[in-house]
Ligand binder design. Structure first.
Ligand SMILES: Cc1cc2nc3c(=O)[nH]c(=O)nc-3n(C[C@H](O)[C@H](O)[C@H](O)COP(=O)(O)OP(=O)(O)OC[C@H]3O[C@@H](n4cnc5c(N)ncnc54)[C@H](O)[C@@H]3O)c2cc1C
Length: 207
């Protein structure tokens, strides 16, 4: 409705969509894996050959690590910085579509806290939160949603979207074993995770 649009915005779309609380979602996935009937060993590998020596089928889901492991120079990071603040009473998410930009505006309420975005900085490997960037994120979001002006800052987050021009989801045969590549999901890896995993599962089942 017109009076629900922030000042200065000519167009808006109002819709209902699932919003993922990432720490909770990842904890759920880890718990689900641990409860399944599998042996889990967590270790870094130096090469896919090293992984292949330990398993007949290797599924390579190493995100940015695939650049080195699969010798793929098409893999690159898009850095995202976010801010977590206390929730001053926001119940609906808001996103301004600014494309890939260091000045994104995103407001994602998760009950008692709100995740504010953000940035999309192509090629940056910097995992440290930048205080000036955090201030500008808060200012941009508060300009759209004034309730955020006095929200307490709870946490700073930085993530690197493991990007590739196209997702690499394919099987590679090289005589000594099977490798299924599944990486390069960029800023959509949560959305497409189950679909990609189902495809990988089909590939693994095929002899
Ligand atoms: C700020 C931000 C906002 C985002 N917003 C969204 C969104 O709104 N919707 C959406 O769908 N997605 C979003 N994403 C993207 C999503 O988070 C990623 O696409 C997803 O996490 C990619 O998952 P992955 O498992 O492929 O890679 P990763 O999560 O990067 O996992 C790769 C794993 O491989 C491991 N690894 C790497 N190298 C090695 C090695 N040599 N040996 C052993 N292990 C190794 C790493 O330690 C890591 O655990 C966002 C990301 C960011 C940063």
């Amino acid at each position: 409705m017109v009076n629900e649009r922030p000042a200065g915005y000519a167009h808006g779309v109002h819709y209902t969509a699932p919003l993922v609380n990432m720490p909770r979602h990842l904890a759920y996935l880890v718990d689900r894996l641990q409860r399944s009937d599998v042996d889990i060993e967590i270790t870094a590998v130096e090469s896919l050959d090293e992984a292949r020596s330990a398993a007949p089928i290797v599924v390579n889901c190493t995100g940015l690590g695939a650049g080195k492991l699969a010798d793929d120079d098409q893999v690159f990071p898009i850095r995202g910085q976010q801010l977590v603040v206390s929730n001053p009473g926001i119940a609906e998410f808001l996103e301004v579509d600014t494309g890939e930009s260091p000045d994104l505006i995103a407001i994602y309420p998760h009950g008692d806290h709100v995740v504010l975005g953000g940035t999309a900085e192509r090629g940056s490997w910097n995992r440290a939160p930048d205080p000036t960037t955090a201030e500008t994120i808060l200012a941009r979001c508060a300009a759209v949603q004034p309730l955020l002006r006095d929200a307490a800052v709870l946490e700073h987050r930085v993530g690197l979207r493991p990007t590739r021009p196209e997702i690499r989801l394919e099987e590679q045969f090289n005589g000594t074993g099977r490798i299924i590549h599944n990486y390069g999901h960029g800023g959509a890896g949560v959305s497409v995770a189950w679909g990609c995993a189902a495809t990988v599962s089909d590939m693994v089942s095929r002899q």
